[in-house]
Design a protein around this ligand. Structure first.
Ligand SMILES: [Mg+2]
Length: 239
C-alpha cells in the first residue's frame, strides 16, 4: 500500500505531460498525493473497520475534494450518495490494492475486489481491472513467481501480456480504461527489476491532454479533469 502511495506521488507531476523516458526526477516541488492515494486509503478503511464502500468513498472525497477525481465520480459524490455508473475507467483498479493484502484466498480476493469496484465501476471491464490488479498483488504477496502471476492473469482475465513494454511504448496513448491501462501497468511490474524500476517503467506512457473544469465543494473551488475522447469512444462513463 505504501508502494502504491509513493508511486502515486512520484507520478503526480507527470499526469498532464508526455513522458516516455524512464529517466526522470522521482520527486519535485510539484509532487503530491492524488485521488489514487485517497481512495486506496478509503478501501483499506472499509476492510479494516467493516464500513460501507459507497459511504466511505464519499466520506474520503469530502475530506480531500481537490485530489483529482474523475468527473462522474465527483458528480456522484457531490450528491452525497454513490450509485454505480457502469464505468470501465481504471479508478476501480487504482484503489483496489489493499484487497490483495487483506484476504487469504484467491476467491476471497476476487469477491472483495468485485465489491470494491461495483459501487461505481459495475461495467464488466471495471470489475475485471480491479480483480486482476488485486489478484496480482495477492499472488506477489504469496511469493509466487512473475511467470506464475503472468500465466494466471492471462488465463483468468484474457489480458494480452505478450508484448514487451518497449513495443507498447512506441504506440501507447493515454488511456483511462481498465482494459487499456491495467495490462500495461502489469507489464511494467512483470518487466521491472525492483520497485523503483517498476515505477519508472510504469510512468512512461504518454498521457493525452486533459480538459479541466471547475467545481465548488463546500465553498472551495476545485478542479477536475475530463478526457472527452474516452467518453466518445465507448459511449460509457469513465473515471
Ligand atoms: Mg490520481
Amino acid at each position: 500500500m505504501i508502494g502504491a502511495i509513493i508511486g502515486d506521488i512520484i507520478g503526480s507531476p507527470y499526469e498532464h505531460r508526455n513522458h516516455k523516458s524512464t529517466d526522470f526526477a522521482l520527486f519535485s516541488d510539484r509532487s503530491r498525493f492524488t485521488d489514487d492515494t485517497v481512495l486506496t486509503v478509503a478501501v483499506a478503511d472499509v476492510i479494516l473497520h467493516g464500513k460501507d464502500y459507497a459511504e466511505t468513498l464519499v466520506e474520503y472525497f469530502s475530506g480531500y475534494p481537490n485530489a483529482g477525481y474523475g468527473g462522474t465520480f465527483i458528480e456522484q459524490a457531490m450528491t452525497g450518495k454513490l450509485r454505480p455508473y457502469n464505468s470501465w475507467g481504471n479508478g476501480s483498479a487504482m484503489r483496489v490494492g489493499p484487497v490483495g493484502f487483506a484476504f487469504d484466498t484467491a476467491e476471497a480476493v476476487l469477491a472483495e475486489a468485485k465489491r470494491s469496484a461495483e459501487v461505481t465501476h459495475n461495467h464488466p471491464e471495471g470489475i475485471k481491472g480491479a480483480q486482476a490488479t488485486a489478484l496480482a498483488v495477492f499472488m506477489a504477496r504469496q511469493g509466487e513467481t512473475k511467470a506464475f502471476i503472468k500465466n494466471q492473469i492471462v488465463k483468468r482475465f484474457g489480458y494480452d501480456l505478450s508484448q514487451p513494454l518497449e513495443t507498447i511504448r512506441k504506440t501507447y496513448r493515454f488511456d483511462v480504461s481498465c482494459q487499456g491501462s491495467v495490462p500495461q501497468a502489469l507489464k511494467a511490474f512483470l518487466e521491472a527489476t525492483d520497485y523503483e524500476d517498476a515505477v519508472r517503467k510504469g510512468r512512461v506512457y504518454r498521457r493525452r491532454q486533459r480538459h479541466h473544469r471547475l467545481y465548488h465543494w463546500r465553498g472551495r473551488p476545485c478542479l477536475f479533469r475530463t478526457d472527452p475522447s474516452a467518453h466518445r469512444r465507448s459511449g460509457s462513463r469513465t473515471s
